[in-house]
Design a protein around this ligand. Sequence first.
Ligand code: ZN
Length: 238
Amino acid sequence: MATAFPPRSRGGALRRLVDGFDRFRDQHFEHDHELYDTLLDGQRPEVMVIACSDSRTDPAIICGAEPGELFVVRNVAALVPTYEPDHRPRGTSAAIEFGVVALGVRHVIVLGHSFCAGVRCLLEHDHGGRRFDFVSDWVGIASEVRDEMDGLVTEAERPVIARRAEQAAVLASLRHLHTYPFVAERVADGRLSLHGWYFHFGWGLLQAAEGPDGPFRQVDRGMPPAPAMGRAVAEPPA
Ligand SMILES: [Zn+2]
């Protein structure tokens, strides 16, 4: 049977990436001069995505984005910390500030996903018995999700609770995002809208939160979902 990927061998993974870059250069960079000439002047993405570092949920791949279209920050479990300007280095907060204030994105999407190991760590305090130096503290920024699920988790309910917790983590991140004054100000005056999306890759579905408390509904083909917070901005015709 043919396999999608060549057998793993020493150096094979990196060779695939270099081959992939060659294809990118040949198929895109060498042919779309107008796009790349425009991008030389700088980036003007309308959309920022906060996604999980999970290798299965690359937002540019699953949404078919072009170079220059998405400003992306990825971290374990796609979490947003609350606004804490304490002069410590905070990567996700810095990316949010840069995307919203410097680039002026019109939409921020928090993109959660199914079977998220980061959310599992949040629920179970570890990962299959493994303790981490950094992961536990990081996912703890969404401890309200754990509190929300506590008492609900039985062995039989575990798969359902995990999916519910993954969506609750998206909603928690939206609430945290709204604690940034420059975000809340732009949401209030209509310059920015916040979206909670959930990619269920077991089912091949994209869902969106209908409001700050959910629920999540499947995104209809060709119909952009309303934001969870902020105004729906009319999309220009395709
Ligand atoms: Zn994840």
